[in-house]
Unconditional design. Structure first.
Length: 413
């Protein structure tokens, strides 16, 4: 097996996520935590929330927060002034507590909130989360957690530091909240498929608008255009395909040792640097093979997000989109499951409930951080291997620790 950071041998099962995260956290450095506040931690209190990013998804989640009995939005920030002002009016946030610009998150956190919700392009998540943890805030963050290896390592460390400081740090994946997925994966880990031979994950959508580049990246920061830019959003595999990749890793319950693949830009007029067609084959130390394929080109093919695992006399199928069953079929541990519909909103709602419950009940183990960092890194591994058209090992990826910096020149602070 390849030697290096995050690749300690574990029998014939490959690297466990926990071994990786332990190593990652030990290697990362973050500023010392300030004394934390106690507001928002007592049972039945309303958690005072600051929202960072009020675009499409951020606005949706803010609306759900506003309707939740356990939260109150008391501050917000968005890079764009008109977006922040519109959200401030909608959610009745006083004008002095509405902030804008790249550094708006710093001013919002300084205004004192109990919890911070991060819904910006993911290149900003590590810095925003670091500021929130440093200030003693609970953190709720979207996926992917970063666009590069150093960002992932930083998030892993922040999740641990938040827990030690008695703060909740939650990453918002929807599939991991649904009973059909939870029960199916539990049975797989209990032996329902026997020895898993092959895993297949698929994510298809129509991609996002990719207009011509302008003098600064400001024009890329809205309407999910940023998903087309690796430095801002990580690219299509990292930002979109991660939903299916996360389920595949959940099934495997360990990390791959390498990936190889191919990719291409197939949208009509690409301006960002993401590829939008991917085929990636991941290899595990015990011989398990996993293939992920993704297609993000405007056409008539419907949204598809699923994962299938093939075992001995049984198989698992998990479908985010609700077109097919989520179940374990065959064998003595078969599970009927059913169709899943409306998971995007119901999963967010479930995570809002979980986040509030953990804050008010003082549960700080932060279990979503470890798998979310792992799935982001697996996507980065697949993206880089497919872009280069070569085999890339997990050990080499972690050792290189390639940093990807967005060009923010010319943007307002």
């Amino acid at each position: 097996m390849d030697k290096g950071f995050g690749t300690t041998k574990q029998g014939d099962r490959g690297v466990s996520r926990r071994q990786f995260i332990t190593g990652a956290a030990a290697a990362a450095t973050v500023a010392v935590m300030k004394p934390s506040r106690v507001r928002g931690t007592e049972a039945n209190s309303r958690v005072e929330v600051g929202c960072v990013g009020l675009g499409g998804r951020g606005r949706l989640i803010a609306g759900m927060i506003a309707k939740h009995a356990g939260y109150r939005i008391t501050a917000l920030t968005d890079y764009f002034e008109q977006v922040a002002e519109a959200a401030g009016e909608r959610f009745k946030v006083p004008q002095p507590r509405r902030f804008t610009g790249l550094s708006g998150y710093k001013r919002m956190i300084a205004a004192k909130v109990d919890a911070v919700f991060l819904e910006t392009p993911p290149c900003f998540f590590p810095d925003h989360a670091a500021a929130a943890v440093e200030a003693g805030c609970h953190v709720y963050v979207a996926k992917p957690v970063a666009v590069d290896v150093p960002g992932c390592v930083q998030i892993a460390d922040l999740g641990k530091r938040a827990g030690k400081a008695k703060r909740v740090f939650l990453v918002d994946f929807q599939t991991r909240t649904h009973p059909f997925f939870i029960e199916s994966i539990k049975r797989i880990h209990g032996g329902a498929l026997g020895r898993v031979a092959f895993i297949s994950s698929v994510y298809n959508d129509n991609g996002f608008r990719d207009p011509p580049l302008t003098g600064t990246v400001e024009s890329r920061l809205r309407h999910l255009i940023w998903v087309n830019d690796i430095a801002l959003g990580g690219g299509m595999l990292v930002n979109a395909g991660i939903h299916a990749v996360d389920v595949a890793l959940w099934v495997a319950d360990r990390l791959p040792v390498s990936a190889m693949g191919a990719s291409r830009a197939a949208r009509p007029t690409p301006h960002g640097d993401t590829r939008d067609v991917y085929s990636v084959t991941y290899r595990f130390e015990d011989g398990l093979v996993w293939n992920h394929r993704g297609e993000h080109v405007p056409n008539l093919w419907p949204f598809t997000c699923n994962c299938t695992a093939y075992g001995q006399g049984a198989y698992f199928e998990g479908d985010y989109s609700g077109e097919t069953q989520t179940w374990v079929r065959g064998g003595k541990m078969a599970y009927r499951g059913g169709q899943i519909k409306g998971l995007y909103n119901s999963g967010i709602q479930a995570n809002l409930d979980i986040f509030h419950k953990r804050i008010t009940e003082g549960v700080y183990d932060n279990p979503t951080v470890e798998p979310s960092v792992a799935s982001t890194l697996a996507c980065i591994l697949g993206r880089d291997a497919a872009h280069d058209g070569r085999t890339l090992t997990w050990a080499d990826m972690m050792k290189a620790a390639k940093r990807i910096e967005p060009n923010l020149a010319g943007l307002k602070d």
